[in-house]
Design a protein around this ligand. Structure first.
Ligand SMILES: Nc1ncnc2c1ncn2[C@@H]1O[C@H](COP(=O)(O)OP(=O)(O)O)[C@@H](O)[C@H]1O
Ligand SMILES: [Mg+2]
Length: 205
């Protein structure tokens, strides 16, 4: 498996956020997206996850020698981001059901319970998300992102709103992903940047 970003540029209106961004990540590797506030980390993370288009350049994911078509990317990518919306009137269990249907996968109750337990949400699996703290919402995003065992995990501000225990769990998840697949992390946290084998540093524009 290979993740290839070639000559990526993004602008909003007339403002160029970044340009000439190229990198290659192979299976068992990780990449950090670093840079100051407003440098474009979240924007590049969204482009990598396929939820935003660059105005120039390409993202290609090669699996078993074949390029995965854009409309299939969501099956291979897990994404945690401050810009992801959860559904206030859904419980964690209902989120799980919804995203399983969307991705056409089926996990056993035991498997999904194990994921919920991992982020300490098992005892709250039937409660409305609207009653959750921001840290609990962040934990639920990990359950959704990992539900389909994605080959590529993209994390924007991975430990946002998390306590020490939650941050430690996220580090475990990062370690596992960087061994079994590909990991991309947009972050200003030095420890998270240092964990990654490669760093793309975005400048101020
Ligand atoms: N939808 C948008 N429309 C216009 N400008 C945007 C949009 N999204 C982000 N930007 C701008 O792009 C720049 C990079 O934003 P962002 O990727 O969120 O940076 P970071 O995550 O590094 O803090 C900022 O100047 C921001 O204002
Ligand atoms: Mg950001």
């Amino acid at each position: 498996m290979q993740f290839l970003a070639t000559d990526i540029a993004k602008r909003f209106g007339h403002r160029i956020i970044f340009e000439k961004i190229s990198f290659e990540i192979r299976e068992g590797e990780s990449l950090a997206i670093a840079g100051s506030n407003g440098s474009g980390k979240s924007t590049l993370a969204k482009i990598c996850a396929g939820v935003l288009s660059p105005h120039k350049g390409t993202i290609e994911i090669i699996l078993d020698g074949k390029k995965i078509p854009n409309e299939e990317l969501f099956r291979h990518i897990g994404f945690v981001s401050p810009y992801l919306q959860l559904y206030d009137e859904f419980s964690p269990l209902e989120h799980i059901t919804f995203f399983q249907r969307l991705r056409n996968i089926e996990r056993t109750g035991t498997e999904t319970d194990a994921l919920l337990e991992r982020v300490q949400l098992l005892h709250r699996k039937n409660d409305f998300v609207r009653t959750f703290s921001s840290g609990m919402k962040q934990r639920l995003k990990y359950v959704i992102a990992l539900l389909h065992n994605p080959s590529i995990l993209i994390l924007d501000e991975p430990s946002a709103n998390l306590d020490d225990e939650g941050t430690a769990t996220v580090f475990e998840i990062m370690k596992e992903q960087s061994v079994r697949g590909i990991l991309i992390v947009a972050t200003n946290v030095l420890k998270e940047q240092e964990f990654c084998g490669q760093v793309v540093r975005l400048g101020k524009n």
